[in-house]
Each structure stands twice: as structure tokens, then as C-alpha cells.
Design a protein around this ligand. Sequence first.
Ligand SMILES: *[C@@H]1O[C@H](CO)[C@@H](O)[C@H](O)[C@H]1NC(C)=O
Ligand SMILES: *[C@@H]1O[C@H](CO)[C@@H](O)[C@H](O)[C@H]1NC(C)=O
Ligand SMILES: *[C@@H]1O[C@H](CO)[C@@H](O)[C@H](O)[C@H]1NC(C)=O
Ligand SMILES: *[C@@H]1O[C@H](CO)[C@@H](O)[C@H](O)[C@H]1NC(C)=O
Length: 517
Amino acid sequence: MLFRPLVGNTLVVLLVLVSVIIEMGLYKKVFKRAVERQVVDHVRSQEDRNRTDSDLRVLSRDGYITGVYYSNWSPYSPRMHFPHDIDIGKVSHVYYAFFLVDGETGGVKSGDEWSDTGMDLYKGLAVKMRKLEGDESDVGVLPRGCLGEFFYLRHANVSRERDSRNFKVVMCVGGWSNRDEFPRMVRDPSRIDVFVNSCIETMFKYGFDGMELDWEFPEDDGYEPQAYLEVTRRLREKMDELEAQIFGSAKDHPKFHLSVATPAFSEKLKILPIKEMDQYVDIWNMMTYDYYGEWSEKTGYHSNLFDGSQGAQDSFERKHMYASEDNEGLNGDSAIQYMLKDVGIDSHKVCLGMAAYGRGFKHVDAKSFNGRFIDKKFRGVGGASEGEKGMWLYNQLPIKGSQEIFDPEYGSAFCYDAKHKTFVGYDNVDSVRMKAQYVKEKNLAGGFWWESCGDDHNNSSRSLLNAFTEEIRSIKKPDTLMYRQSQVLRFYIEKFGTDGYLSPFMERILQSEEPLD
Ligand SMILES: *[C@@H]1O[C@H](CO)[C@@H](O)[C@H](O)[C@H]1NC(C)=O
Ligand SMILES: *[C@@H]1O[C@H](CO)[C@@H](O)[C@H](O)[C@H]1NC(C)=O
Ligand SMILES: *[C@@H]1O[C@H](CO)[C@@H](O)[C@H](O)[C@H]1NC(C)=O
Ligand SMILES: *[C@@H]1O[C@H](CO)[C@@H](O)[C@H](O)[C@H]1NC(C)=O
């Protein structure tokens, strides 16, 4: 009699212990204890940060877009980069990569469910922050995964400045590794139907402010470019429909964002029906990087703004590179000029891409050294970034023992490691400042990076985001967000039920004291 309950209790205790240990094991995979502490300190210090940029203005109409891509592989070792590591006070758009196209059905799906919506980022974080008023039961209603935390960061009063939480989160569909699926999807009209419906449903379900198409890249086959136009048109149509369902005939409501990750080299850019697509597109995110890499015959900068071989120029008015047939236009300026001058796109819709990573080459033949390491033969590419050959994250550069040099004629930085004859071209603080000037001079929409995890989050004077915002001085942040409208929250709960992904948190927001916009 005496033993039975004891055995029972022991079992329960054991079970609890085992589950705690398993949980901690999983948890440790992402949160080393020290990192967890840093995270809390980091978020808290946002309030007290001794800001060097007190004259940075946040505006809702004027000012520039500052976007970062956030990939759902960022949380994993060795990157260990989380949504709350992003300096949200300085960011207007987070592009969430990737949701994937299934070419067989046309549907879109999460690229990593655990990272997107599964892992619990709040244990030891939200609990300690207690930013949502009330008791600990609040933590249970917070949506999980990186998407959950992004949603939370747009609602929680984390920072002193109210503007901090005004940023859009955009669902990016496709990407390089998913490149074969777009062509399969668009071949079949019924799959296009499925794709469009699936995109809008998924976008809304996970609390995205809009979406981005990232098809790398349509072929010039007389079909795919037109199909891209059709998909863009249909998506905008569906977004309008959804807005009408939610807001009825009301006029001044937030609108879903639609952007295109745009190839920024002549061969793939010139074949797109940009002008026709433009009526449906809010922002053209120019991928002005990856110009040279592992696949190239000779070395080169991968994210240079200019073709420096044209000689030094006093202003940014340069020769229009696409004009000559033999030039591939492997520089940012050519692609931007093409959009503005040849196609006639409103410059306020064009965003300049920057790279928070480098691309490099080993055994560079520098016999005929002329002060630069480009246009040389090489053997192998090296690299320090997992999963991709010849790549280094910016925060891994310059290579130890090498010197970082800025090449103003090309608008790129590089380092050269003489021991391994390794040359890496990348964006540093100087090239980013130059690009910010360019954005201002050309009246562009702003700039963005692939990708957030590569920036230097430890040293503010090396942060690319800081350098950019210090130069542009004003950030354009949305002042009304879709999911801070009470009718959107009510519509969501009605649509997905009380156990929808965001429903419990939305109900909590609707009940809370804090007024919505
Ligand atoms: C900023 O830092 C300086 C030097 O560390 C200090 O003297 C100053 O009080 C700080 N300002 C604020 C507003 O914390
Ligand atoms: C947000 O936090 C600040 C202090 O950090 C506080 O002054 C403000 O009242 C809070 N806003 C709401 C709506 O709770
Ligand atoms: C940033 O600092 C932390 C703690 O000092 C360190 O563990 C981490 O490796 C650093 N990250 C980079 C990219 O240098
Ligand atoms: C931060 O970066 C600056 C500029 O590159 C450098 O001078 C400084 O030593 C760095 N600080 C730390 C703590 O690494």
C-alpha cells in the first residue's frame, strides 16, 4: 500500500525528468545557455542602447526602405541567428526565405516547418522579458517558430521607440534551390490556379504582410516570361480580393505587398516583361550580387556597383553598359540603369541589393598584378560558409591575417590572403556607404541585404545595416500594418478558427488594453 503511490510518483518524476532532458537536448541545439543570456540582454539593451545615430529619422512617407532577408536556416549552428537578433528599429522589411513551390501540384509549402512554426523561441526569452502584460499563461499563446517570433516582435512593446515594431514581413517563394519547380508549375494552367490560391492562403495564415516571387530565372523560351507576368497579375488580383473581403469598401486600409526578386544581369533581366509586370508589383528587389563565383572562368567581384574598367568617374553618371552587346553588365549600376532608363520604372520602386557575404577564389594567379585580383585565373574556391562553395559570411571576413581593402572604382571591398592566394570580394562598410549615396542620388526605393545572418551583429562599427542607415539618415517605415487592424484579426479568427496558427495570440491582442492602430 505504502509502496504503490511511491512507485507511481517515481515514475512520474522519471518521466518528467526524461522529457525535460530530451527537451533540453533539443533546446541546446539552438540555444546554448550563453547565447540565451545574450539574447535577453540584447533585446533589453535595445531600450538603453547608447545610440550613435540620434539623427536617424523614421518616416512613413519619405525616407528609404531598409530590407533584410532572413532565411529559415539561420537558427541552426553555426549561424545561430534569430529574429530578435535583427535591429528591428532600423529595418522596414524582413524578407522571409523560403517557401517552396511544388511543381507537381502547384502548391507552396514551408521549407522547414520546425524553424518556421515549430521551435519554441520564448522559453527563457519571452518569460524573462514579460513584455506582454499579465501572467505567464500569455507565453502559451505566443505563436511558435521564427514566423511566430516575427509576429510577436511586430506587436510586443520591446523597444522604447514605437516605430521599432513597424516593419513588414514578406513571404518569399522560390529561391535558387527551388528553381526547377517554377517552370513545372507554370506549364499547367490548373497548377497556376493552385499556386495562386495556395500562396495567398499561406501568406495570410502565417501573418505575412505580403509576398515575393523569386523565380531564378525564367528562360527566354517565348512562354516563361509571359507566364511570370500572368502569375504576378493573378496574385495581385487575389490580394485585392482578400483585402475587399476583410475591409469591404473602406478605402484607407493597408495593402498586401508584392515584390519580385529580380535578376540583375543582362541575360536574364532583359527577357522579363518588366513594364507589364510593374502595374502589379510594389518593389523590384534587384539581386545586384553573385556576379562572379565558383562557376566563373576568371576571378571577379561579385557585388560591385560599377564596372571600374571604365575608369574613375566623378559622379554616378556612367556609360550605359547594356548598350554594348558584348558586355554582360555584371555590375549593379547597369541593372539599375536598365530598369530606370530602358524600361522606365519609377525609381522609387527599385531597391538596390547588397551582399552580407563574400565570394572568393583560391590559388589566384597574380603574376601580372595590377593592384587588383580580378580577371585572374584561379584553382578552387575555398570558403567558410557551410553548404556553399566559395562563400564567406561578411562576419567571417576579412580572412584572418589579410587586409580589407576598398576599391572605389568598382564599388566593392576585398581581402587577399597571401598564404593561400585567396581573394574574396564582398561588401564592407565603405562600399555600403557608397551604395547608400547611390540610392540617394538615383532616388531609389532603398536597399536590402542577402542575408541578415551575415552582418556583423557584434561590432556596431562594422555593421553593414548601421553604415547604410547612417548614410541615408531616414528610414521609411510603414505606419499602418495589416495585422494591427482589429478587423484583420477578427477575420483571421473567423477563417481559421480559434486554434488557427495565430488565433490564440490574436485573441489575446484583441482582449488586451493596448489599442490597435
Ligand atoms: C553614452 O555613453 C557615454 C560614454 O560611455 C556616456 O558618458 C553617456 O552618458 C551615454 N549616454 C547615454 C544616453 O546613455
Ligand atoms: C511601451 O513601453 C514604453 C516604455 O518602454 C511605455 O512608456 C509605453 O507606455 C508602452 N506602451 C504601451 C502601449 O504599453
Ligand atoms: C559574437 O560574439 C559572441 C560572444 O562574444 C561570439 O560567441 C560570436 O562568435 C561572435 N560572432 C561573430 C560572428 O564574431
Ligand atoms: C570593431 O570594428 C572596428 C572597425 O573595424 C575595429 O576597429 C574594432 O577593433 C572592432 N571592435 C571589436 C571589439 O572587435
